[in-house]
Design a protein around this ligand. Structure first.
Ligand code: FES
Length: 117
């Protein structure tokens, strides 16, 4: 029930950097990123600089359990493991981006330096 309501809201209100006002140059596409903003376990205490292509959709692992960091490998789907879901996003321009590996960033999926705290 809540899932359908979220899907309708998502299609009616696309989440963009201007609305979220946080991760610059990133277009977050998964409504789960805001509805379920739980933070996962740190995969590594660092940022992970990755080459990303404009227009391509990526799924950033927010649970910290994926073995293909910083991207989701579906591990979060294992029953009872976590309630955290991946953050689907695109970038506005092709380039190198510092994706968060500590999973504590407030600018998901981009590192905001929290791993240094
Ligand atoms: S494996 Fe971590 S969000 Fe999917």
């Amino acid at each position: 029930m809540l899932g359908r309501a979220c899907q309708k809201l998502q299609s009616a209100t696309p989440l963009t950097t201007s609305i979220r006002g946080k991760a610059r140059g990133v277009i977050v596409q998964s409504y789960a990123a805001d509805v379920l903003p739980y933070k996962g376990k740190p995969a590594a205490p660092r940022s992970n600089r990755v080459r990303l292509e404009a227009g391509k959709t990526y799924n950033w692992c927010s649970c910290g359990l994926s073995v293909t960091q910083p991207f989701c490998d579906g591990t979060h789907k294992i029953n009872g493991l976590t309630d955290v879901k991946p953050v689907s996003f695109q970038v506005e321009k092709t380039g190198d981006y510092p994706l968060c590996d500590c999973k504590q960033t407030d600018t998901r999926p981009i590192c905001d330096g929290k791993h240094k705290d």
